[in-house]
Design a protein around this ligand. Structure first.
Ligand SMILES: Nc1nc2c(ncn2[C@@H]2O[C@H](COP(=O)(O)OP(=O)(O)OP(=O)(O)O)[C@@H](O)[C@H]2O)c(=O)[nH]1
Ligand SMILES: [Mg+2]
Length: 298
C-alpha cells in the first residue's frame, strides 16, 4: 500500500516550520534563523519513502503585527497554501501558545485534516513545563478535533518520523506524485539566492534582513575554461544607510556573508563556485507593492 499527498506547513513565525521541513525531507532546503519571518516563499520539499510520498509546502510565518506590503504578501502566501493541499501541518511551540498561534488556529480550514506538531519539545525540561505542554494539548483538543497532536523536536530529530507516518496515514492511497529523486520544485538559482539571504538573517542585526532581498543577476554554469559556476548576486536594501551596514568596515561584513553563502552553495551544487556580491539601494521597496512583486514575492 502506498499513500501520497500534499501538506501545507503553517504556523506563526519562528516556531520551527522550516527546520521541520528540512528534517522531514532530510535536506536543508528552506532557510532558518533565530529571527522571526525568515521564510518568504512557499517551498516544496518532497519526502519519499517506500510506503509514502509527502509533498510538504513550507510557508512564511503568519503574523498580524507588521502590515507592510511585504508582510501582507507573506500572510497571503501562507494562507493561500492551505487552499490546495490534502492536509495541514500546524506547527506550534510545545511550551507556549501565543495570541498569534490562536490567530493561525482560527485560519485553519475546517474541511481538511489538521495535524499539530508541538515543536521544540526538547526545551521542556521541568515537570512544570511538561505539565504546561500537556495543558496546551488538552485545550487544543477541546478547541477542535485534530487528526493528531505530536510532540516533536526538529533540531533533535525527535519523533519526526512518527509525525511523518501519522500524516501519511491521512493521505489517499495512490502512487507517488513525483519522481522518487525529486526533492523540491525550486531552482538551484532560487536556492542560491535564499542561502545568501539566510546569511543576512544570521549575520546582521535586527533591521537590515527584514528590509533586504537578494537577486541573482547572473548564474553561469561551469565551462571547460572557467571550471566553476559563476554567480553575481545583488543584495537589495531599502535605505541608503543600510548599504554601509551590509558592506561593513573595510568590506569585512560582506566578505563574511559571501564566504559563508559560498560554502553552502558549494554543498548544494557539489562544484567549485565563484560568488560576487553587490549591494543596491531601492528606497522602501518592502512597502511598495509593485516592487515586492517584482522581486518575486507571490
Ligand atoms: N530548541 C529548538 N529550537 C528549534 C527547534 N526547531 C527550530 N528551532 C529554532 O527556532 C528558530 C526558528 O526556526 P525556523 O525553522 O526558522 O522557524 P520558522 O517557523 O520557519 O520561522 P519563519 O520562517 O520565520 O516563520 C531557529 O533558531 C531554529 O534553530 C527545536 O525543535 N528545538
Ligand atoms: Mg521558515
Amino acid at each position: 500500500m502506498h499513500r501520497a499527498g500534499m501538506v501545507a506547513i503553517v504556523g506563526r513565525p519562528n516556531v520551527g516550520k522550516s527546520s521541520l521541513l528540512n528534517e522531514l525531507v532530510g535536506t536543508s532546503l528552506s532557510i532558518t534563523s533565530r529571527k522571526a519571518q525568515t521564510t518568504r516563499h512557499r517551498i516544496l520539499g518532497v519526502r519519499t519513502m517506500p510506503d509514502h510520498q509527502i509533498l510538504f509546502v513550507d510557508t512564511p510565518g503568519i503574523q498580524h503585527l507588521h502590515q507592510a506590503a511585504l508582510n501582507r504578501h507573506l500572510n497571503k502566501s501562507a494562507i493561500g497554501a492551505m487552499s490546495d493541499v490534502d492536509a495541514v501541518l500546524w506547527v506550534i511551540e510545545a511550551r507556549r501558545l501565543l495570541p498569534e498561534d490562536e490567530r493561525v488556529l482560527s485560519l485553519l480550514p475546517l474541511t481538511l485534516p489538521v495535524v499539530v506538531a508541538m515543536n521544540k519539545s526538547d526545551l521542556l525540561k521541568t515537570e512544570r513545563e511538561k505539565a504546561q505542554a500537556f495543558a496546551i494539548a488538552q485545550a487544543l483538543s477541546e478547541a477542535r478535533s485534530f487528526s493528531a497532536l505530536v510532540p516533536v523536536s526538529a533540531v533533535k530529530g525527535f519523533q519526526v518520523d512518527v509525525l511523518a507516518n501519522t500524516i501519511a496515514g491521512l493521505l489517499a492511497e495512490q502512487p507517488p506524485l513525483m519522481e522518487a529523486d525529486a526533492i523540491t520544485d525550486r531552482s538551484i538559482r532560487f536556492l542560491c539566492a535564499e542561502l545568501i539571504r539566510e546569511k543576512l538573517f544570521r549575520l546582521m542585526g535586527d533591521e537590515v534582513p527584514y528590509e533586504a532581498t537578494v537577486i541573482i543577476e547572473r548564474f553561469s554554469e561551469a565551462t571547460p575554461e572557467t571550471r566553476r559556476i559563476e554567480i553575481d548576486a545583488t543584495i537589495v536594501v531599502a535605505r541608503a544607510s543600510q548599504k554601509p551596514m551590509v558592506i561593513g568596515e573595510g568590506g569585512e561584513r560582506i566578505r563574511r556573508i559571501g564566504s559563508e553563502a559560498r560554502q553552502d552553495i558549494i554543498k548544494l551544487v557539489e562544484q567549485p563556485v565563484h560568488l560576487q556580491l553587490w549591494v543596491k539601494v531601492k528606497e522602501n521597496w518592502s512597502d511598495d507593492d509593485q516592487a515586492v512583486r517584482s522581486f518575486g514575492y507571490e
